[in-house]
Ligand binder design. Structure first.
Ligand SMILES: Nc1ncnc2c1ncn2[C@@H]1O[C@H](COP(=O)(O)OP(=O)(O)OP(=O)(O)O)[C@@H](O)[C@H]1O
Ligand SMILES: [Mg+2]
Length: 254
């Protein structure tokens, strides 16, 4: 390829924002010369590089805007350790039809049993499949909404929690929620009801939600909407965080 033509092509690809094609052009050209690659194969191979680069980038950007506290994958979940998690049910959820169907998933159980891990695992899958996802703790969501009242940004802030295809609300039950906070949770759940999925984790059983939210009427209205189309996992068992400690204690006892 004449140097002038090459420079122009690189310049045009940059203008069109096709960085993977720019990067792969040389190696593809060499390959095309050394093999009997057709023009069509050459072009389609180069374009595929750009498409997969753009797909990878948009997955990364969805994962970044989901604000996961850490990255967790469903594949790393040890079902042998946490036998109360129904693997088949979880694998069914990982096909993400629950998001298309605007259904909810609730993970209940004591500390360390994998509630957050499984929520993030499903959230990462959702990002990979192109669904806009947001992770928050109940406390952070409520604090953001309460603060938004002070600067009149409630409409915008509440959209943050109603717009994503999947909203993950972690840690319902650890910290007490004010009456105002419970009202905000109700508003978000009501707005998302049958319009967007929620994954929620809680260390408390549903019977205790009236106490957590300081209002049994609001609690049952929230639960009614959350549970109408939902899959519930009640995880029982030991904390994964303490498994090594348990071995240690076991070792000392022998
Ligand atoms: N069955 C499991 N297989 C592999 N890792 C696990 C399993 N269960 C939990 N973990 C890991 O143990 C740690 C604690 O799990 P996680 O944060 O999901 O617990 P949790 O149920 O959300 O607890 P908490 O109620 O205290 O928030 C994480 O690092 C998680 O990746
Ligand atoms: Mg957790």
């Amino acid at each position: 390829m004449a140097a002038e033509c090459y420079e122009k092509l690189i310049g045009d690809l940059k203008k069109l924002r096709l960085p993977a094609m720019v990067e792969m052009l040389d190696s593809y050209t060499k390959q095309a010369v050394s093999s009997s690659m057709s023009y069509m194969d050459f072009l389609s191979g180069l374009v595929s590089e750009e498409v997969s680069y753009k797909e990878r980038r948009s997955i990364q950007s969805r994962i970044k805007s989901a604000k996961f506290p850490v990255t967790k994958n469903l594949d790393d979940f040890d079902y042998a350790f946490q036998t109360s998690v129904n693997r088949k049910k979880l694998e069914e959820l990982s096909n993400l039809r629950f998001i298309d169907n605007k259904e909810n998933v609730l993970f209940l159980g004591p500390p360390g049993v994998g509630k957050t891990h499984l929520s993030i695992g499903l959230g990462v899958k959702a990002c990979e499949a192109g669904y806009k996802t947001l992770f928050t703790t109940l406390n952070d969501m409520v604090s953001t909404l309460i603060a938004s009242m002070a600067d009149n940004s409630f409409a915008t802030k509440s959209r943050t929690f109603t717009q994503p295809s999947l909203l993950i609300v972690d840690e319902v039950g650890y910290l007490p929620v004010s009456k105002e906070g419970a009202n905000f949770l109700f508003q978000i759940v009501a707005k998302r009801y049958e319009t967007g999925s929620i994954i929620l984790t809680s260390n408390k059983s549903f019977a205790d939600w009236g106490e957590i939210l300081g209002d049994s009427v609001i609690a049952s209205a929230i639960l009614d909407r959350l549970l109408h189309h939902s899959t519930v996992f009640s995880i029982r068992g030991d904390s994964y965080r303490l498994r090594e400690k348990k071995k240690l204690i076991g070792g000392e006892e022998k």
